[in-house]
Design a protein around this ligand. Structure first.
Ligand SMILES: Nc1nc2c(ncn2[C@@H]2O[C@H](COP(=O)(O)OP(=O)(O)OP(=O)(O)O)[C@@H](O)[C@H]2O)c(=O)[nH]1
Length: 359
């Protein structure tokens, strides 16, 4: 509870010195916020006495102030908020002096009694009167206060600058972490050998399919499997096998429109999901892929190696699932393999048709 009501105070609370529990008589204003005995006597003469119990609010942040406060006994805590450290004002020290000098000044801190405290409250008007009667003493007091205020403001600016720099460093680390996360996400969706999407990348594409759909198109799926790939590895070595897989990936990439998804499902098996308008268009993609792969040549000792693929697929009924599409295309692919490979089997995936996937 505040016993004596008082007018409020200023920005200079931010600059109040930490309470060192100095007693006024122990010093003759050696600390810039410590009043000399003469100053205390002068202010005590014109100030109103105010008693505050522990936790009493003396003024709050934003409140307009016209008075300065001097702690006679006890201690006042200035809370600035915004992560600025609180300050404790002890006996013989003053706070809120800017309101005294300029009148009507918005307080920048809450002032709360840290313990039972006695204050002198010096109003702006009383101070103006004193300026006439005690100009020399008050000039020294004001000079000291101003230089302390300026030094404190500079300290505040330096702290803010440091805080800003710390924030920039934190922001930088966050950006780096974000980039690393994006890279990691890309890597887990990418097949290391060919650079195409892997199965995880395909599943992500399927999850986002609704948003990626192109108006007036349907989906077509092709499964592409290299014929006798094991023999290529056995005859020519794994490095040639790898080169074959990479070249097939390039052929798929070349045949893909921006909205299509060519990917490597694993081993020598690839998938190609296309947004197209007709079965003919899907057939044309399959022909382009098979033709490009057939045209590839790889050194195999004295000979050159030619590659062939089997392709199965069809137009995907949108009400069916990926598993059903895959199962249908796989059946179509193995029909080609059963006839010796190097062929294309692309049809409508008809839920009422002869495919076991849709039975
Ligand atoms: N070079 C290389 N070989 C791989 C890679 N991944 C899987 N393989 C090999 O690919 C071969 C696939 O063999 P199969 O599944 O029998 O297929 P295939 O020999 O093409 O038989 P068909 O499909 O019936 O014509 C296996 O020998 C695997 O070891 C890879 O990344 N690089």
């Amino acid at each position: 509870m505040v016993i004596v009501s008082s007018a409020p105070s200023s920005v200079s609370e931010a600059n109040a010195a930490p309470a060192a529990a100095r007693h006024p008589s122990a010093s003759n204003a050696t600390h810039p916020r410590q009043l000399s005995t003469a100053e205390i006597e002068l202010f005590a003469r014109v100030g109103a006495r105010r008693e505050a119990l522990a936790d009493d609010l003396i003024f709050h942040r934003g409140e307009q102030g016209r008075s300065m406060f001097i702690v006679q006994a006890g201690q006042v805590r200035l809370q600035f908020g915004d992560s600025v450290v609180d300050k404790l004002i002890g006996p013989g020290e003053f706070f809120g002096e800017l309101a005294l000098f300029i009148g009507n000044h918005a307080r920048v801190a809450n002032a709360i009694a840290a313990q039972p405290t006695t204050l002198w409250v010096v109003s702006h008007d009383a101070f103006s009167d004193l300026l006439d009667s005690e100009p020399r003493l008050l000039a020294r007091f004001m000079q000291r206060s101003f230089s302390y205020l300026v030094a404190s403001e500079q300290q505040l600016i330096a702290n803010l600058r440091r805080r800003n720099e710390d924030l920039m460093v934190t922001l930088d680390s966050l950006r780096q972490a974000q980039t690393q996360l994006t890279t990691a996400q890309r890597l887990v969706q990418t097949d290391e050998l060919t650079g195409l999407c892997n199965r995880r990348g395909l599943y992500l594409y399927l999850e986002q399919l609704q948003q990626r759909r192109i108006h007036d198109t349907t989906l077509g799926l092709l499964l592409i499997d290299v014929d006798h790939f094991k023999q290529i590895n056995d005859r020519c070595g794994h490095l040639v096998g790898d080169a074959v897989l990479k070249a097939i990936a390039d052929a798929l990439r070349d045949a893909a429109a921006a909205c299509d998804m060519p990917c490597r499902l694993g081993g020598d098996e690839f998938a190609f999901l296309a947004q197209i308008t007709s079965l003919d268009e899907l057939q044309a993609r399959a022909d382009q892929i098979a033709g490009a792969i057939r045209a590839l040549r790889f050194p195999a000792g004295a000979d050159t190696l030619q590659i062939a693929v089997s392709i199965g697929g069809g137009l995907c009924p949108l009400e069916a699932t990926w598993t059903a599409w895959y199962s249908y295309a796989d059946t179509a692919l193995y029909a080609v393999k059963g006839e010796g490979g190097d062929g294309i089997n692309v049809k409508h995936m008809d839920a009422g048709g002869d495919s076991p996937a849709f039975c």
